[in-house]
Each structure stands twice: as structure tokens, then as C-alpha cells.
Design a protein around this ligand. Structure first.
Ligand SMILES: Cc1ncc(COP(=O)(O)O)c(C=O)c1O
Length: 439
């Protein structure tokens, strides 16, 4: 996407970083899908994840439009029963990597036949449930898992669809913690050692394992289309040998977090991949399982400024959340824009560091941001593009209850996940004198 050189970091927040149905009215009030964000903050409290429901719906619709039936949403990016229900009505399948993600989708009414089971160490009970209930397919990661699956399917006398996860072994330009298609990755069968071929043969020989195709996922927050196409080219010899019915290219597309970021759009990415498949392997179905690129832009996080303190040249703005609702800056040094939702049209001239409330110096949400000079205690401070890997990676560090989620649609905000309470924090404690503790 071309950047507008006339937009500076001091200008009011660029609305293209906000959910698709964000608007600022003539009085300078910011709304998401017709919901006034200051009213939402007052009603549900802060920190608050506020999602644009129509933004989510259009992202899921676009994925189905480009890839067709079977395209899966990677639930690790953001998952609640409300989200699963919404994505299912738009025709998505779901990539789940744990019993918890699986259960969440099933509780939302998603049939097992639309679940794709992932993971580098799937537990026996997770594999058993997937086989019993008949998932879309299991993406097999290693030889131990093949042994386990052979035992389970023979015992249950039940077949299951299999994709083999291959690692193309290419250089992936992203943070090393989220690169998975390089040679040091723990995931998948190396394409360059013969292991991938061996795994495919093993699965093909086993009567209860139905080999459907290949899978790869090169990493997350990848901004270059070329890297995806290089990975596909690296996998081409295996595809020529085994002629899979299905090829899943994983997820991993990044998106703009900062004004200065450049990234292909979801449609550009999807259509380039589908075109590669049609050209090189016209008999295979090309599918994907994106997460971040579908949901990140759909949400903003609202905080309340509790401290505005100048220290030398820098003003620290401390908000009522932090690393517990958004660990990405701390984990990956990820950058975010920040703006004052109480003054969305004001120029952002004040250099600030937006920090959280946790007992950790690394608890910084925005290291080098700008806010309007008039920013004061009590203002609603907003970080956009927080719809992915925020809520799903949230923690209770410092025993802070986790933030709620509201979905905005047609001028109404509905709470889909309430704020955690202090009672929730202690709901798992076992009284040493009770019967339960002796079990
Ligand atoms: C196997 C697999 N598929 C898909 C994804 C989704 O990636 P992203 O959210 O970057 O699109 C991930 C994330 O790490 C993954 O591990």
C-alpha cells in the first residue's frame, strides 16, 4: 500500500489504521460502527477491547471469496465463542491447536468437520477427540505423532484426513520468535532432508490415515509477498512428486501497525497465492489459515490515563493496562501508534512513552509515541490494531483481572466477554480442608 507522504506522525491518527467502520464526526467524536468510543469506555470500563463486528465479518467473507470452502481462521490470533460463532456464519473453518481452542469452537456450534487440528505436541486425548468427531483434517507435525495416530485410529477403527506439515527451510524476514519456515524451526518435517517424503509414505501406507495433502506455515507478521512465493517455490519439488489434493500455505501475512508500515493487502496476498497454485499445480486446491491479518485491524484498545508525568524531554503516560493485555511490545518489540480518543482530531506534538501499570520496566506499550500536548489524567488513550494476539495472549500478571471485549455493530455495543473479577482470579483455589483437595 502506498503511503501518503503528506501524513506526519504528528498529525491526528490515520483512520486507515482503525477498524473499517471508524469515523470522527464534526465535533471530533470518534465512533466505531456507530458506537461512540468514549461512551463505550464509560459503559464497560477500561482497559477495553472494542471490535468492529462488520470489519470482522468482511475479513472472513473476503477469505472465503478468495480461497473458497475449507479456508481456516487461525484461532490463536483471537478466539472467544462469540468470534467463533460469527466466523462460522461467514463460512470459515478453524485452525485449533489445543483442546481449549477446539472446545471453544465446538461450544460455539462449529461442527468438528470444520476444525483443523494443529500443534507440535498434540496430546493423545486431543488426537483421539479429533479422530472420533471427524475433523476436517489433522496437520501432522512429526514422526511421534504419526505413531500415535496409527495407534489411535487402529484402536477406534476410524479413518482421519491428514495433511503433512513441511518446513520449506527458507529465510523468513520477521522476528525470530515467530519465524517457522526457517531451518531452526521446531515445526514440521524438513523438506530438504527426505523426512517429509518419508512421512508422506508412512501415512499413505496406513489404511486409516487418509493422505490429503501438504501444509506449511512460514511464520507470522511477514510483510513481503516474495517471501511467501519463495516458500512455495521451495516446496514445489515435493508437490511435483506427491501431487497433493490440498495445499495449505498457512497464515502469516502482516498488516500495518504503524503509519510507516507497508504491507500487501489481504486480497493481494491471497490472489497471488491462488494464482501461483493455478499456474503450477492446477489440480491441487490451494487453501490458507490466516489469523492476524483478519482480525488485528478490527479492534482498538481503550485505556484511561492515570499518570501524566514529564521526566526530562519525555512525558510518561501510564495507563490502566499494559503487558497483561498486550504483551507484543515486550515479546517482540512491536510498535504501535497511540492517540488520545478524547481528542482524536488534535495534532500529536507531545513525545510520550505510554507505559502500563505492571511492576516491570519493560511494561511499555508504546516506546516512542506522540499525543496531543493537552493530554491529561482521565483522558481515554487508544492503541489501534490490537485485535490479534492481545486478548489471546493476555495474562493475569500482578493478579490483574483480564479486560473485557465488546463488539460494535450498527450503533450498539454488546459485551461478549465480561471483565474478569477478583473472584474469578481465585476460582481455582482449593481449600486444604475441603474434600476436593484430597482427591
Ligand atoms: C500453523 C499456523 N497457522 C496459522 C497461523 C496464523 O498466523 P498469523 O496470525 O500470523 O496469520 C499460525 C500462527 O503462528 C500458525 O502457527
Amino acid at each position: 500500500m502506498a503511503l501518503d507522504p503528506s501524513v506526519s506522525m504528528h498529525d491526528p491518527i490515520d483512520l486507515t489504521l482503525l477498524p473499517r467502520n471508524a469515523a470522527v464526526d464534526a465535533e471530533g467524536r470518534l465512533s466505531i460502527a456507530g458506537v461512540d468510543v468514549l461512551e463505550a469506555a464509560a459503559e464497560f470500563g477500561t482497559p477495553l477491547f472494542l471490535y468492529d463486528e462488520h470489519d470482522l465479518r468482511s475479513a472472513f467473507r473476503e477469505a472465503v471469496d478468495i480461497f473458497g470452502e475449507g479456508v481456516a481462521y487461525a484461532t490463536k490470533a483471537f478466539l472467544t465463542p462469540a468470534l467463533a460463532g460469527l466466523a462460522a456464519t461467514e463460512g470459515m473453518s478453524f485452525d485449533v491447536a489445543t483442546a481449549g481452542e477446539y472446545e471453544c469452537c465446538r461450544r460455539a456450534g462449529v461442527p468438528a468437520s470444520r476444525l483443523v487440528l494443529h500443534g507440535n505436541n498434540k496430546q493423545p486425548e486431543e488426537l483421539t477427540r479429533a479422530v472420533e468427531e471427524g475433523v476436517q483434517w489433522i496437520v501432522v507435525d512429526n514422526f511421534d505423532e504419526i505413531d500415535r495416530l496409527i495407534a489411535i485410529t487402529r484402536r477406534l477403527r476410524t479413518s482421519v484426513n491428514i495433511l503433512i506439515r513441511i518446513n520449506p527451510g527458507i529465510e523468513v524476514h520477521t522476528h525470530k520468535y515467530v519465524a517457522t519456515g526457517n531451518r531452526e524451526s521446531k515445526f514440521g518435517f524438513p523438506a530438504w532432508t527426505g523426512d517429509a517424503d518419508k512421512a508422506i509414505h508412512l501415512v499413505r501406507e496406513e489404511p486409516y490415515l487418509t493422505f490429503l495433502g501438504l501444509h506449511m506455515h512460514i511464520g507470522s507478521f511477514v510483510l513481503s509477498l516474495t517471501t511467501f512465493l519463495e516458500a512455495l517455490d521451495a516446496a514445489a519439488p515435493l508437490l511435483e512428486t506427491h501431487e497433493p489434493e490440498v495445499l495449505v500455505v498457512g497464515g502469516g501475512l502482516g498488516l500495518r501497525y504503524l503509519n510507516s508500515d507497508e504491507c500487501p493487502t489481504f486480497r493481494e496476498w491471497g490472489e497471488a497465492i491462488v494464482a501461483w497454485g493455478h499456474r503450477r499445480f492446477p489440480r491441487s486446491r490451494i487453501l490458507a489459515e490466516p489469523g492476524r491479518s483478519m482480525v488485528a485491524r478490527a479492534a482498538i484498545t481503550l485505556y484511561t490515563a492515570g499518570v501524566v508525568q514529564q521526566k526530562g524531554d519525555l512525558t510518561f503516560v501510564a495507563v490502566d493496562g499494559g503487558m497483561s493485555d498486550n504483551p507484543r511490545p515486550m515479546l517482540y518489540e512491536s510498535g504501535y501508534e497511540v492517540f488520545n480518543a478524547s481528542r482524536p482530531l488534535a495534532r500529536r506534538d507531545l513525545p510520550v512513552r505510554v507505559v502500563g501499570r505492571h511492576c516491570e520496566s519493560g511494561d511499555t506499550l508504546v516506546e516512542d509515541g506522540f499525543l496531543p500536548a493537552a493530554t491529561k489524567v482521565g483522558d481515554i488513550i487508544c492503541t489501534p490494531v490490537t485485535g490479534a494476539y492481545g486478548f489471546s495472549m493476555a495474562s493475569n500478571y500482578n493478579l490483574v483481572p483480564r479486560a473485557p471485549i465488546a463488539f460494535a455493530s450498527k450503533g450498539k455495543a454488546r459485551l461478549t466477554t465480561r471483565r474478569e473479577t477478583l473472584d474469578d482470579l481465585f476460582a481455582r483455589e482449593v481449600d486444604p480442608t475441603s474434600r476436593a483437595s484430597r482427591k
